[in-house]
Design a protein around this ligand. Structure first.
Ligand SMILES: CC(C)(COP(=O)(O)OP(=O)(O)OC[C@H]1O[C@@H](n2cnc3c(N)ncnc32)[C@H](O)[C@@H]1OP(=O)(O)O)[C@@H](O)C(=O)NCCC(=O)NCCS
Length: 182
């Protein structure tokens, strides 16, 4: 997967009116949570307890915006062993299959690479596995239940640290090593 350069807030991707930015403001963070409420809780029936798992404060949140309107979100956390984990990837139902999910995942990978991760992992809903596979991810391991939805582990190996940092000087790593969770 190509890795886009980082900028201070916006990650510019060649997709017309759709952009992905780090959710740094209260308003953007709220927009991310609203999208998750709409997609995971209201649409997919995930419980509030499962969705609000207490890990949001330590995570990086990304917001996809189209014409000023929030249309997608994703969360990323650092894991032991130089891995980053993508979570809560969601695009509003009316804007699916328009490339928003791809942009979000490119942004996650760019952030992970900039922070020195060698691998990005996630637990994919089985129905979403073909989406991730199109982006180069590989599924492994058995199907497992998460919030009542069948999932499989997936991963994407990144290039050697430093190889994908073309724009890092503009925005820097979002999570320097000292902030990694374990
Ligand atoms: C899964 C999800 C994030 C995909 O987002 P999206 O914006 O629709 O994806 P994109 O439009 O960027 O699709 C990228 C590619 O994957 C393909 N794709 C997307 N969803 C797919 C699916 N469910 N099955 C097969 N292919 C899929 C697209 O056709 C596209 O392929 P192309 O580049 O060859 O044209 C979105 O469907 C979603 O939010 N679903 C509900 C929440 C969810 O299940 N999240 C995943 C949790 S693990």
């Amino acid at each position: 997967m190509p890795v886009a350069p980082l900028r201070a807030d916006w990650m510019a991707f060649p997709r017309g009116d759709i952009g992905v930015r780090l959710a740094r403001t209260t308003a953007d963070r709220s927009a991310c949570l609203d999208l998750r409420r709409e997609v995971f809780i209201a649409e997919q029936g995930v419980s509030e307890a499962d969705e609000w798992d207490g890990l949001d404060d330590g995570a990086l949140h990304l917001l996809a915006v189209e014409d000023g309107r929030p249309v997608g979100t994703a969360r990323m956390r650092w894991m032991p062993g130089g891995q980053a984990k993508a979570e809560r990837v969601a695009v509003v139902a009316t804007r699916r299959h328009c490339g928003v999910g791809r942009l979000l995942m490119e942004a996650v990978v760019a952030q992970a690479a900039a922070g020195g991760a060698t691998r990005v992992v996630l637990g994919a809903q089985v129905s979403a596995i073909p989406f991730y596979e199109r982006l180069g991810w590989t599924a492994d391991g058995p199907v497992f239940d998460d919030a009542g939805i069948p999932h499989r582990h997936m991963q994407l190996a990144l290039d050697a640290p430093g190889a994908a940092r073309s724009g890092e000087s503009e925005g820097g790593a979002v999570f320097p090593p000292g902030r990694r969770t374990s």
